[in-house]
Design a protein around this ligand. Structure first.
Ligand code: HXC
Length: 520
């Protein structure tokens, strides 16, 4: 055997050893929990054969606690690059079979290398998390490692898309790396995230709670809004990550990828001419409007089960990705509250950072009144959405479907917040407030003077009808140029596509400054 053959054999042997991670027993245990291994996940995520692993032979540098006798190649995280639909993606996958995927100094350095290189080349980073947190034996070196990653997450924010999938434990300060990224995906039953686990919670507060109820995938999809996507299985989750990437540019200097479209751009949707109910308080599903107008009805919704009064997600018009923000009359009448404002604000900022035009569908009765909202800081949280729309320089197309009242009218991408194209359906009601509230304020004194109840009601009705006739329509706003045109609902797709095409060369800059001071 030549020396070359011998050396190559050694390499192959070492590679095979590295690929086994923590060994067959631990791999089996991982599978028994219904989980994939780090490398299986990466292979599913990336285009076949595209993965190039980095730092396969890295091991930790710790000698205490008997760790000097346990040096495992890759040290608990598999890192590298590959492609999704032919585009370069950097990836890391924590390997639970090696020290429970716990983070050591070298583990952190491997992730930092990926983040640094992704920044240099302008490529997204996807992190697949499955870890017992800081490697206990390494003490503060592990904490420093986390902070090195956090710092890079922060600098990469708004420069390259950063996506986190949680496929196992993610606890303690470790949750903050995913939290600093753009989107979080979780899977049912196998993933959880919390800052302090159930045992500590019980010790400190006396509260007895299960892992699932404290930080399971459902909790973060419905109550906290921490996660953007929830899937039943890891395989489904990984496919969803691939789909998500198809809407995103590789970095903030590129436009999102435009794909061939064979859905006719002038497709008329007659159902939209009938979709607004006769009674103003009757709900309808705004997602029907979205799916009727976007290419092939395809809409990738984010945070589907959180703050359902506002709908956000990605779609395409004539092959061009957009972010859609829509009030949802089907839930809490589409009112804006704290959660809805925060949810939409972050999405608008993401789209703006990555050159994704924003299409806004408005049917909003106003902000949710009450002490609960005021004490919770609706003033600050509502301002987030207002701020996000106002600072956004990407193309902004707004269509008012029905209600657009008061402060919420201004917030929802109105003309004066630099809305580029603002259309309204003939069913739009753009005014300071609804007829009922307005008449109570304007005619309160006169109403109080009428003693006969029937007469009183008749008077109120007449006044309300007068108000509706005068104000609850799009023509007042159109008269002042606040609405560019009133369009036939069935023609919405065509009008949006043409607007986006016209706006595709839009250039708008905000004044130079260190950074703005969005109300946090
Ligand atoms: C070193 C760890 C580890 C850790 C797990 N392992 N967590 N080794 N440091 N943090 C090892 C285990 O010893 C075990 O090794 C193997 O990984 C698998 O762990 P199991 O406990 O057998 O698995 P499971 O029953 O599935 O439980 C998983 C777990 C549990 C819930 C994650 O391991 C656990 O509670 N780990 C500790 C979590 C934790 O407290 N981490 C520190 C949080 S503080 P063997 O050899 O037996 O297979 C933190 C601060 C971050 O992370 C701060 C950032 C700013």
């Amino acid at each position: 055997m030549s020396i070359n053959t011998e050396k190559i054999r050694e390499l192959v042997k070492k590679r095979d050893e590295a690929r086994l991670g923590g060994g067959v027993k631990r791999i089996d245990a991982q599978h028994e929990k219904g989980k994939l291994t780090a490398r299986e996940r990466i292979n599913l995520l990336l285009d076949e054969g595209s993965f190039e692993e980095y730092d396969m032979f890295v091991t930790h540098r710790t000698f205490s606690f008997g760790l000097d006798k346990q040096r495992i190649f890759s040290d608990g995280v598999v890192t590298g690059r590959g492609t999704i639909d032919g585009r370069i993606i950097y990836v890391f996958a924590q390997d639970f079979t090696v020290f429970g995927g716990s983070l050591s100094e070298t583990f952190a350095l491997k992730i930092c290398k990926i983040l640094d290189q992704a920044m240099k080349v302008g490529a997204p980073v996807i992190g697949l998390n499955d870890s017992g947190g800081a490697r206990i034996q390494e003490g503060v070196r592990s904490l420093a490692g986390y902070a090195e990653i956090f710092q890079r997450n922060i600098l990469a924010s708004g420069v390259i898309p950063q996506i986190s999938a949680i496929f196992g434990p993610c606890a303690g300060g470790a949750v903050y790396s995913p939290a600093l990224t753009d989107f979080i995906l979780m899977t049912e039953n196998t993933s959880y995230m919390f800052v302090t686990g159930p045992k500590v919670v019980q010790t400190v507060t006396g509260e007895v709670i299960s892992t699932e109820d404290l930080g399971g995938a459902h909790v973060h999809a419905t109550k906290s809004g921490v996660s953007h996507f929830l899937t039943e299985t890891e395989e489904e989750g990984i496919m969803l990550l691939r789909k998500l990437m198809s809407y995103l540019p590789s970095n903030n200097l590129e436009d999102p990828p435009v794909i061939d479209n064979n859905d006719p751009i002038d497709r008329l949707e007659d159902t939209l001419n009938e979709i607004i109910p006769d009674r103003p308080n009757k709900p309808y599903d705004v997602k029907d409007v979205i799916s009727a107008t976007v290419d092939h009805g395809e809409f990738l919704e984010l945070q589907r089960n959180y703050a359902k009064n506002i709908v956000i997600g990605f779609a395409r018009y004539n092959g061009r990705p957009v972010g859609i923000v829509a009030n949802q009359p089907n839930f809490l009448a589409g009112v804006l509250d704290i959660d809805a404002s925060r949810k939409a604000a972050r999405f608008v900022r993401f789209c703006d950072a990555f050159n994704i035009p924003i299409v806004t569908l408005v049917d909003v009765p106003g902000f949710l009144p009450g002490s609960g909202q005021e004490y919770g800081g609706i003033i600050i949280h509502g301002a987030k959405l207002l701020f996000a729309y106002g600072e956004a320089t990407v193309p902004k197309v707004t269509i008012t479907l029905r209600k657009s009242y008061g402060g919420a009218h201004d917030v929802m991408s109105c003309k004066q917040l630099r809305g580029d194209v603002n259309y309204a359906w003939p069913t739009a009601e753009i005014a300071v407030m609804g007829a009922k509230g307005a008449i109570e304020v304007l005619e309160g004194r006169n109403i109080a003077k009428i003693e006969d109840e029937q007469e009183k009601q008749k008077f109120i009705q007449e006044k309300e009808e007068e108000y509706i006739e005068k104000f609850a329509n799009p023509y007042q706003a159109a008269k002042y140029g606040f609405i560019d045109d009133i369009i036939e609902p069935r023609n919405t797709r065509f009008r949006v596509i043409r607007a986006l095409e016209a706006l595709s060369t839009k250039k708008e800059m905000n004044p130079p400054r260190k950074h703005n001071n969005i109300p946090l």
